[in-house]
Structures are given as C-alpha cells and as structure tokens.
Design a binder for this molecule. Structure first.
Ligand SMILES: CC(C)(COP(=O)(O)OP(=O)(O)OC[C@H]1O[C@@H](n2cnc3c(N)ncnc32)[C@H](O)[C@@H]1OP(=O)(O)O)[C@@H](O)C(=O)NCCC(=O)NCCS
Length: 164
C-alpha cells in the first residue's frame, strides 16, 4: 500500500506540504519553510551516515507520491522510538499504520532493538489508533512541557519484540 525510501535533498518542497495544516497542529505547531525542510533532510542524511546508527528516516510513498515521513530513533542500545507524520489529504487510508508496521519489523531485525516506544498528544487519538493497529499497547502518560511552561500528559505506548 505504501513503500518507504530514504529522503533526498529534492524532497524539500514535498516536505513543506506534509508539515502544514492539521498535520502540524499536535506535533511541531508550525508549518515548515523550504529552508527548514532542506535543513531537516540534511540532518537526516548526516544521521544516516553515523556509526553506530542511531536514527533512520524514511519518506512514505504512495504511488510515487511522497505523502509522509516516518523515523526510528535509537534511545538506548535496545530501545527505540518511532514518530510519523502524513500529509493531511492522505489521512484515513491506513497509510500510517502500514508504514509503522514496516518500521517496527525493521526495528526488531536490522536495528536489533527489543523495545519500541511512541507518544502522541492527548488530542490526537488517530495516532493512538495507528499505534494500537501496529501492535503497541498504551502504558501510561508522559508529561511534556509546552512553550508557556504548562505540561501536557502525552499518551505513551510500547511494543516489545515477543520473538526474543
Ligand atoms: C496520526 C496520522 C499519522 C494518522 O495517519 P493515517 O494514515 O490517517 O492513519 P491510518 O489511516 O493508518 O489510521 C488512522 C486511524 O485513526 C482513526 N481516527 C482518525 N481520526 C480519529 C479521531 N478523531 N478519533 C479517533 N480515531 C480516529 C481512524 O479511524 C483509523 O483507525 P481505524 O482503522 O481503526 O478506523 C496523521 O493523522 C498525522 O500525520 N497526524 C499529524 C502528525 C502526528 O500526529 N503524528 C503522530 C505523532 S508521532
């Protein structure tokens, strides 16, 4: 349904379309400029070249169209986190779930992780559904500080590699 591929510098215009509107409401809060998109891709490419590798970022493709981004970050030698964002006009088709399933499989094989965690804003239940459909279990909340100093209890999910 969707395929993943590494990012390339000329993906920047597509990235600005992904990081806009409702897609940034409960994530970064602000749309991405073209310069920021280019910087984000450069940072992802630099991190992809690190050894040992601590971050993987992929573009999410649907029929050749770059519709989103998904990333895996190693937080400890065996624990990683995933995050994802899709362009608003592509929501509701199961694409994020399919991308998350591909990344969890890779996390437990290529990356050698045994546990994955992910968080979402409490007002963003669609992301919780994506995690549940990808096999994650809600394990509690984790407070995040906002710019005005208040805290927001993010929903925290985890997935253990049960084949270990
Ligand atoms: C969260 C996001 C990635 C979902 O992408 P998507 O491709 O639409 O996800 P899917 O189609 O795979 O699944 C969405 C699920 O959420 C459900 N959903 C959608 N809106 C919902 C709502 N308001 N309340 C509850 N569930 C909702 C859908 O019904 C679907 O579940 P179902 O298959 O059981 O019906 C997308 O909305 C997004 O990019 N949001 C902004 C970025 C973000 O929040 N990222 C997550 C932080 S890591």
């Amino acid at each position: 349904m969707v395929t993943l591929r590494p990012l390339a510098l000329d993906d920047a215009p597509d990235l600005t379309r992904i990081y806009s509107g409702a897609s940034v409401r409960h994530t970064t809060g602000k749309p991405l400029t073209l310069d920021q998109a280019q910087e984000k891709i450069r940072a992802a490419l630099a991190r992809a070249a690190e050894t040992p590798r601590a971050q993987w970022s992929w573009g999410i493709l649907h029929e050749g169209d770059l519709i989103g981004l998904i990333a895996l970050r190693r937080r400890t030698p065996v624990m990683g986190t995933i995050s994802y964002i899709l362009r608003e006009d592509t929501w509701g088709n199961g694409y994020a779930t399919h991308a998350a399933q591909q990344v969890t499989a890779l996390a437990f094989t290529t990356a050698g992780l045994t546990r994955l965690e992910a968080m979402h804003h409490p007002d963003n239940p669609a992301s919780g559904r994506v995690l549940a459909k990808a096999g994650f279990t809600r394990v509690g909340t984790s407070d995040r500080y906002t710019e005005d100093g208040s805290t927001v209890p993010y929903e925290l999910y985890a997935l253990e590699n049960d084949s270990m």
